[in-house]
Design a protein. Structure first.
Ligand code: FMN
Ligand code: SF4
Ligand code: SF4
Ligand code: SF4
Ligand code: SF4
Ligand code: FES
Lengths: 893, 413
């Protein structure tokens, strides 16, 4: 970047061209008072506090909007400057609440800071002051309040909501002296489009926007958000043994200080009275508290007896170390590979598909590379709702000029930023993607060099492409042919292009095919293996990537070393001093059928809630009833835990040390911030105790570090990621030795497959298993809300989140609603071949005609009792994105 | 006695404003045809020679502005022309007269201006309440397109341009050129900071020429008859004619197109019929709210941009309001300041809060009959401070009227 030399108050300063005089001064330790400046935002020049004098320019100029120039001579103080600043400041104070002691921002307020520096004349001030009607505060939002009486109209909140968040919930309302920070139509913030991210609140320089339940913490602990796979870095503020605040880590490359509503305000579940505090044992249908000893005695005895009829469900919410220990226990002590977790329900096709095409089933690029992409293609991902901070990176890319393509059956929020939007019919992704490839090949837009040197299987791909002519593609997907052409051209030509997808791709009976279609598209255009260019499955849970990496899967040891591989098995047998099964275990979805058949009798489940999250949940419930022995280890008594014989209280993320691996393969430190409630324990500790009681060796870890070392020694891709190295910033695997920097993006020179090449696959269109018919005329798809997480075990216990979104709503297109005579708020029953639930209807344009959608967050409306357990033959993921339902009003009930 | 000299309003009352053939028969679109056969540079030269000064209020040289815009960047993919038809200055309605009675003249002027600077797209930003103007302009644009005067390859040349009408949202500030650009970009009507100037970086960041309706409607006649003919009218620093709109305590309020250089006395007594029966002249407010008050000592000053300036007055938009002896000067001042207070957009501190302070001070005078001795000075200090630090010209506006009050009417406070 070009440098410029200038002089501020006689001091020589070298700074980059393009920066402002104010920035140059502040970053060189020269204070210029300012109120409306914020380093993340474009300058706007409202407060007029930052005036300076510049030689050769008339009068005073505002330094926050003046770019530095070579040789510029700037003065930040003069009599005139002081006078003007003071007068402006007095005007500002004339309207401002006088009571600082009662203000949330007392001592951190920028108005105080500037006033201390500039000074005011009390006499003039008292003349200027006039009684001003108290404006009612807006405290509609459950997390924060807007007190207009303290607002200095710096516009920082408004610009934040626009420039950072892209939501534009706030703007100036009214005019002149009556100007207020206002929402559209001046409705309460809660009723507005505000997403409660709190980004505006953290930036408000005064006490006008403040967090409702805030206390000044005594200390802060750096850790990682417990919700989604983005893995935002946070500082939890602690006072006593309580989390009293949370803020984003501005140094973190993942989130750069930003957080979504859950990550900022969603931690009150940690000390919720419902937390499990002691082990529980079910006798005669009800739970009673027991000691850890008693629990361990019962468990070890039962587990010993069920060694060949045992399965374990580990968790995408617990740490890598917890996962490692649980899978080790399952394999080494229980002698089975029946270990799986919820990745089966979300990204199993990613692992099975991308391993086949690229050799590795993870995001190929880093989150911060999105901003460098020229094209971003989001398919089957409600990015801003499910991965909000990645959503922000995409919006930032858009602001920097990137083109956005969205393909989604529902008109999601990201469509506001899309240059091309394809609303394809659910379940037609293979057709859409292969259709795009067809256009690319027809028009010669493929990257032939890349195909020649780095791919194999091109001829096979060609053999199947003919079936995807644009007219049939358009017909099947419902997307106009020209839109598909435009999207194909843009993605192929405007490089680097980055593709993101999530469960809209995976949760299908042909989920693996969908993933292969995605990788085909990337390979054919050479949009992979480069910076800001690749295939990026957005992983759901905070540690779902880690749970997979740690071998929480029935077919692989840690680091994806196949259990069927002789060498791998031998390696682990030696390390663990145990005989290991060479057979792949059963998958999550198969467990329940096998339980029903009596082939599994004991289930050990950590941090999962299949009664709500598994497709065809009624089937799950029936199966659970059949178990001989069921142990659930969790932080709350979940709907599934109610089926358990023994319930074990575990630590939440805030109570444990360890690591989580986020969706971009970054292994990050999780730190203990508070003591656990009652007798709750670390998950790894609990599993180790069970193992020890069963007489197993190799489970006497003193602490997490011991486990990390064992992981390092047995998992090549994690070998260099030692606990010490990631103290400040996480490292992205693969990282094979302790001086390896980690891997920002994958497949740079060669693919991780044994041949080193990427593989193209021929594909066929396979329709979803259950499509609407006369009896069940609507297609039901599932999605997520920004405000809740999974089965809301955590978010359901955060009152503010409940307050914003209390209950399930069936979203349905206005045309369908009209046909059925449905109004918003009508109570309806939604019936499928497997179950029936009752919810309220919401008329929503984002759903196309013929498609209705539900989340699966709410226990009182268990959506998964409706979904179908039609499995993808390769990955065994159930088709939770498509089933057929019938809707009937039931207002009278 | 001087006579009205209708140059810009030459067709007023003579043609059917909704008929393009009427306009053409009256010699319309000849100037545009002529212009498009010349080099853009020559048009700019001619305009500069004519010394036509902006009729929107500020009186900036029209030729120079065109020159800056045309030279801003030769390789830009886009340039814009914007016609300021927001006409918000109280007491001003000259633009409406033009648009309602001779819409094609404005369109013709815009074609020439667009050609001169190389703008392939032009906007008319018009006050939303001007229904009739909007309707007539809409029809005129449609008809001009049909005739091939707008669209591609106008008059067989390689030049193409088109005009789009955009409705203003009823805020005075949106008449300010940079605010207008924000509004045209679909944002809230908040001013921008200069520099950059619109000639360099205007609408969507591209060079943009912004001119008032009257300015643009005067362009055809200048091109048709030449700069020399035009400068033969008016005074040296302010050549040509100007449409004055006169109101207040006079017998014949209305609009008059007159050669610049005439005196206020002539305007009031020869054209506007003199003062109402039994009313003596106390003050004249020239240039609307952002204008200046003068007393009878200025009645014989020839009116031009610079001559008035010497008297501490401005020509502004050409609005003239005559106040009789029964009118209260502090009362009038209060209306003006309240107008500003209401129109302040509220973005910057000095204007948002300062305007209310000014209103508070002036209302203390009006409530008590008279204020304390230094009240006018106090207001002026406040206004001067605001002028220094406000972000846009609105915050700088009260200083002019207050200064003129101090010069001519200090005794009234
Ligand atoms: C507060 C404010 C309001 C204005 N309103 C108008 C207006 O209504 N019409 C107009 O032509 N110019 C208005 N102007 C002047 C314009 O900013 C600009 O100078 C003018 O459009 C330039 O055109 P001209 O060069 O043809 O005069 C206003 C200026 C200010 C500061
Ligand atoms: S909380 Fe977030 S979405 Fe809501 S107004 Fe503030 S910045 Fe905008
Ligand atoms: S609420 Fe805070 S951030 Fe928003 S304008 Fe007011 S003072 Fe600035
Ligand atoms: S985006 Fe995900 S990781 Fe980040 S704060 Fe939100 S829930 Fe937490
Ligand atoms: S001077 Fe007044 S009108 Fe102009 S930006 Fe400031 S507040 Fe708005
Ligand atoms: S910091 Fe520059 S005007 Fe506010």
């Amino acid at each position: 970047m070009e440098k410029v030399k200038l002089y501020i108050d006689g001091k020589e300063i070298i700074t980059s061209r393009g920066s402002t005089v104010l920035e140059a001064a502040l970053s060189n330790g020269i204070y210029i008072p300012n109120l409306c400046h914020h380093p993340d935002l474009k300058p706007s020049g409202n407060c007029r506090m930052c005036i300076v004098e510049i030689e050769g320019r008339k009068g005073q100029v505002i330094s926050c909007m003046t770019e530095v120039e070579e040789g510029m001579v700037v003065r930040t103080e003069s009599q005139e400057i002081s006078l003007v600043r003071q007068t402006t400041l007095e005007l500002l104070h004339a309207n401002h609440t006088q009571d600082c002691t009662n203000c949330h921002s007392n001592n951190t307020c920028k108005l105080q800071e500037v006033t201390a520096f500039v000074g005011v004349d009390e006499e003039r001030l008292s003349r200027l002051r006039r009684s001003r009607p108290e404006i009612p505060v807006d405290d509609s939002n459950p997390f924060f309040t807007l007190d207009h009486n303290k607002c200095i109209m710096c516009g920082i909140c408004i610009r934040t909501c626009d420039e950072v968040q892209g939501v534009n919930a706030l703007d100036y309302g009214f005019r002149g002296f009556s100007t207020l920070v206002s929402t559209y139509n001046n409705q309460p913030i809660k009723e507005s489009v505000c997403e409660s991210c709190g980004e505006c609140v953290v930036r408000c320089p005064v006490g006008a926007l403040y967090v409702k339940e805030s206390k000044v913490p005594t200390h802060e602990v750096k850790t990682v958000c417990a919700y989604c796979g983005v893995g935002c870095n946070i500082y939890l503020g602690i006072r006593g043994n309580k989390i009293v605040s949370a803020r984003g880590d501005r140094e973190s490359i993942v989130n750069k200080g930003r957080l979504c509503v859950k990550g900022r305000y969603g931690y009150s579940f940690v000390d919720h009275p419902d937390r499990l505090r002691t082990p529980l044992k079910k006798t005669n249908g009800s739970f009673e508290e027991i000691s850890w000893d008693e629990a361990f005695d019962i468990i070890s005895e039962k587990f010993l007896k069920s060694k060949n009829k045992f399965a374990a469900l580990t968790s995408a919410k617990v740490t890598n170390e917890d996962n490692y220990v649980i899978q080790k226990f399952t394999r080494a002590v229980m002698g089975t590979n029946n270990i799986d977790h919820c990745a089966r329900l979300c990204h199993a096709p990613t692992v099975s598909g991308l391993v086949q095409s690229f050799g590795s089933g993870a995001m190929t690029n880093s989150i911060d590379e999105f901003t460098g992409a020229k094209t971003i293609f989001s398919i089957g991902s409600n990015t801003t709702a499910a991965h909000p901070i990645i959503g922000l990176h995409i919006k930032e890319a858009k602001r920097r000029g990137a083109k956005i393509i969205v393909a989604n059956p529902k008109e999601i929020d990201l469509c506001r930023f899309a240059d091309i939007y394809m609303q394809h019919y659910p379940g037609t992704d293979v057709v859409l993607l292969m259709g795009m490839i067809n256009v690319i090949l027809e028009e010669g837009l493929q990257d032939s060099e890349f195909i020649k040197t780095r791919c194999e299987g091109y001829d096979e791909l060609l053999s199947s492409i003919a079936g995807f002519d644009i007219d049939s593609v358009s017909e099947i997907t419902g997307v106009p042919a020209n839109t598909i052409r435009d999207a194909a051209r843009l993605y192929a030509v405007n490089k680097p292009a980055s593709l993101v997808y999530a469960m809209g791709i995976t949760q299908h009976s042909h989920g693996t095919d969908n993933v292969l279609a995605v990788s085909n598209l990337a390979l054919v255009t050479g949009n992979i293996g480069r910076e800001s260019s690749g295939v990026n499955p957005l992983r759901g849970q905070n540690n779902v990537q880690g749970a997979c990496d740690m071998g929480g899967l029935p077919n692989v040891y840690p680091g994806y070393q196949p259990v069927e591989s002789k060498q791998a098995a031998a390696k682990f047998e030696k390390a663990w001093s145990a005989r290991l099964s060479r057979e792949n275990g059963l998958t999550h979805t198969e467990y329940f059928t096998e339980i029903e058949k009596g082939n599994i009798k004991a289930l050990y489940q950590v941090g999962e809630n299949p009664v709500l999250s598994e497709a065809d949940a009624n089937h799950v419930k029936k199966a659970l009833d059949k178990l001989d022995f069921f142990v659930v280890q969790d932080i709350f008594l979940t709907q599934t835990a109610k089926y358990a014989d023994i319930v074990l209280p575990a630590c939440s993320f805030a109570e444990k040390d360890g690591t989580f691996t986020n969706t971009e393969r970054r292994v990050q430190r999780v730190r203990k911030a508070v003591d656990p409630p009652g007798e709750a324990k670390d998950d790894w500790w609990i599993t180790c105790e069970i193992a020890k009681r069963m007489g197993a060796a190799g489970f006497d870890y003193e602490n997490v570090t011991d486990i990390v070392e064992e992981i390092n020694s047995l998992t090549p891709s994690y070998a260099g990621i030692t606990f010490d190295r990631i103290r400040e910033e996480g490292i992205q695997w693969p990282c094979t030795v302790s001086d390896h920097k980690g891997t920002k993006f994958l497949h740079a020179e060669k693919f991780a497959r044994s041949s080193g090449k990427g593989r193209l696959f021929p594909l066929l269109y396979k329709a979803s298993v259950e499509l609407p018919d006369e009896e069940y005329p609507l297609l039901l798809t599932t999605d997520r809300s920004l405000y809740h997480y999974h089965t809301s075990t955590m978010t359901g216990r955060v009152s503010g989140l409940k307050d914003i979104e209390e209950t399930e709503l069936l979203r349905i297109n206005p045309a369908d609603a009209q046909k059925m005579g449905l109004k918003k708020g009508d109570k309806v029953s939604v019936k499928s071949r497997r179950g029936i639930i009752k919810v309220m209807a919401d008329i929503d344009h984002s759903c196309p005609e013929g498609v209705a959608s539900l989340t699966f967050h709410f226990p009182d409306a268990p959506t998964n009792e409706l979904t179908i357990c039609a499995l993808d033959p390769v990955s065994k993921i159930p088709e939770t994105k498509v089933c057929a339902v019938r809707i009937e009003t039931c207002n009278s009930e | 006695m001087a006579e009205e000299r209708r140059i810009t309003l030459i067709n007023y009352g003579k043609i059917d404003p909704e008929s393009i053939s009427d306009y053409i028969s009256a010699g319309g679109y000849k100037a545009a045809e002529k212009a498009l056969s010349c080099k853009p540079f020559d048009i700019i030269e001619e305009m500069s020679k004519s010394s036509l000064r902006g009729r929107g209020g500020a009186g900036f040289s029209t030729g120079l502005k065109k020159k800056f815009t045309s030279e801003a960047c030769t390789l830009c993919e886009q340039k814009y022309l914007v016609c300021n038809a927001d006409e918000g200055e109280p007491g001003t309605f000259k633009d409406r007269i033009i648009m309602e009675n001779d819409p094609h003249r404005l369109i013709e002027g815009m074609i020439i201006a667009a050609y001169a600077i190389g703008a392939s797209k032009a906007y008319i930003y018009i006050r939303g309440e001007y229904y009739k103007s909007i309707k007539r302009l809409g029809k005129a644009i449609h008809d001009a397109r049909q005739e091939g005067f707008l669209g591609s390859n106008i008059f067989g040349s390689s030049f193409s341009t088109d005009i789009e009408i955009r409705l203003g949202a009823g805020s005075y500030l949106c008449g300010e050129e940079l605010t207008m650009l924000e509004s045209l970009e679909g944002k809230r009507g908040y001013p921008r900071i200069k520099p950059p100037f619109p000639a360099g970086k205007g609408l969507h960041g591209f060079p943009t020429l912004i001119n008032n309706v009257e300015t643009l409607a005067t362009v055809p006649v200048v091109i048709e008859k030449g700069a020399d003919w035009y400068t033969g009218m008016g005074t040296e620093d302010s050549p040509g004619t100007k449409i004055f709109t006169i109101s207040g305590d006079i017998k014949k309020p209305g609009f008059y197109e007159l050669e610049l250089g005439l005196t206020l006395r002539e305007l009031i007594y020869d054209f506007a019929g003199g003062m109402k029966e039994g009313v003596d002249l106390k003050a004249v407010l020239i240039g609307g709210a952002a204008g200046t008050f003068v007393d009878e000592t200025v009645l014989d000053t020839p009116m031009g941009f610079d001559t008035l300036k010497e008297k501490g007055a401005v020509l502004g938009s050409g609005a003239v309001m005559v106040l009789g002896h029964n009118k209260s000067i502090p009362g009038m001042t209060q209306s003006i300041l309240e107008f500003f207070e209401h129109e302040s957009c509220g973005k910057c501190v000095p204007c948002r809060v300062g305007m209310t302070q000014l209103v508070r001070l002036i209302s203390s005078v009006n409530e008590n009959g008279t204020g304390h001795k230094n009240i006018l000075d106090e207001m002026l200090t406040e206004a001067e401070f605001m002028a220094k630090t406000s972000l846009c010209p609105l915050g700088q506006s009260p200083v002019l009227p207050l200064k003129s009050l101090k010069r001519y009417f200090a005794g009234h406070f």
